[in-house]
Design a protein around this ligand. Structure first.
Ligand SMILES: [Zn+2]
Ligand SMILES: [Zn+2]
Length: 432
């Protein structure tokens, strides 16, 4: 027989139990409400794809090269668990060819085989949106604004937005050449990882946080200074739009993000309340060449992904969205020590009437049932003992009013209406 220690969540994964899970419900509901208000529809795609789908989006990145959960299924197919959200959306677009602009959102787990750390799990959860089929810079503004609004809807106040432009197929090669020449001269000064590997993806060196790389590239050329006219105009319109919507941002010419496919606008949102090395809560950008690379017609695209696990850590750090405030308590707890039939029938009636109701099972003692009622945080208790049962009545008690609060007897036939009325009055007095 297996020892119990084998039956635990694998490293880097976790269970989310109630009431903590109520925060996830609120998080997902607010995300859906924010983006659906802007015309985005939910896309549900498989959690795993053919390996090539992900290799196509990031062959030179750590996420794809080192951190992917790839496996062979029983039919010998090479598959991988989704390491990020965009690749699957683009694959779905190429496969189904929907009308453009195609605006979709998703909220789903992503998988990365990396060292587990706070807010970074091997199965983490991302919410994201993607827009395919338009290169209008106002869409860039819309996408950034929706991420911004979502954080605001959670009550987060210390979120900082950084933006950059990575150019396009016209101006990126010119810049890449300039950066390559610069790095050739500085290669010896780069960090251990990049001294040899910088040639695979020179841009990534600018993203490196190691002191050697930061120092060696302090005066590196920046893409924003190499933008072609079209990219410069595009980026100016994006900044103008953010200003118009009152969304504060800073320009960060070193912001290159971790994946190969980004073009033009890129952005990142950081929660200042978290430790700086791990405070990115979301980010995204344009990927105008990706659909074509995946075998589709030339189609521009843009989107973002938000790390939901880390967003909740940011909520903790800012003291917003506490679990106790979001878990919806029961309305009514039915205490029945006259055989259980009343509890069975009354909870069914209450639930059918739209109230949240629960009861005890197993013929527990009145004392034990009242304890459960308190623990449930229900607002009202309905009590049916032998006296009430014989009279065709039930007693109603306000569980928030303290131990010596009185009870009143109500006829069974009017009970549901009476409870609804009482709960309404309680709501009114709370809101006054
Ligand atoms: Zn480095
Ligand atoms: Zn350009």
């Amino acid at each position: 027989m297996a020892s119990t220690s084998e039956f635990k969540t694998p490293n880097g994964t976790r269970d989310v139990l109630p009431p903590e899970s109520a925060r996830w419900e609120v998080l997902l509901a607010r995300f859906a409400r924010t983006v659906e208000a802007a015309g985005y529809g939910l896309l549900i795609s498989p959690m795993f794809e053919h390996l090539e789908v992900f290799q196509r989006v990031g062959a030179s990145t750590d996420i794809v090269r080192k951190e992917m959960y790839q496996f062979q299924d029983k039919g010998g197919r090479e598959l991988a668990l989704r390491p990020e959200g965009t690749a699957s959306v683009v694959r779905a677009f190429v496969q189904h060819r929907p009308q453009v602009p195609w605006k979709v959102w998703y909220a789903a787990p992503s998988f990365r085989y990396e060292r587990a750390q706070a807010g970074r799990y091997r199965q983490h959860h991302q919410g994201g949106i993607e827009v395919l089929g338009t290169e209008d810079p106002d869409v860039d503004v819309e996408v950034i604004a929706l991420a911004w609004e979502f954080f605001a809807a959670l009550g987060l106040r210390q979120v900082h937005l950084r933006i950059n432009s990575l150019g396009d197929a016209t101006c990126r090669p010119v810049y890449r050449q300039a950066l390559t020449e610069f790095l050739e001269r500085r290669a010896g000064l780069l960090c251990d990882e990049h001294r040899e590997a910088w040639k695979d993806n020179p841009l990534r060196v600018l993203d490196c946080k190691k002191p050697d790389c930061v120092a060696a590239t302090a005066d590196a050329p920046h893409q924003v200074d190499y933008l072609c006219d079209a990219c410069r105009t595009h980026f100016a319109r994006v900044r103008e739009g953010l200003d118009a919507l009152g969304i504060p941002f800073s320009l960060d010419p070193r912001l290159v993000r971790g994946l190969d496919y980004y073009t033009r606008t890129t952005f990142e949102l950081a929660a200042a309340a978290l430790e700086s090395a791990q405070n990115a809560v979301g980010g995204g950008g344009r990927y105008d060449g990706l659909v074509e690379e995946m075998g589709g017609p030339p189609t521009p695209g843009i989107g973002f992904g938000i790390g939901l696990d880390r967003t909740l850590l940011a909520c903790d750090a800012e003291g917003v969205l506490p679990a106790a405030s979001v878990a919806a308590p029961l309305d009514v707890y039915v205490v029945d020590f006259a055989g259980g039939g009343a509890a069975r029938d009354i909870t069914a009636e209450l639930r059918a009437a739209g109230l949240r109701a629960d009861r005890a099972f197993d013929g527990r003692s009145p004392k034990s049932q009242f304890k459960s009622a308190d623990r449930s945080r229900a607002r009202l208790a309905v009590i049916v003992g032998p006296d009430e049962a014989a009279a065709g009545e039930a007693a109603v008690k306000d569980l928030r009013a303290g131990a010596d609060a009185g009870q009143r007897r109500v006829g069974r036939s009017g009970l549901v209406a009476e409870l609804k009325q009482t709960l309404r009055l309680m709501d009114t007095s709370i809101n006054m």
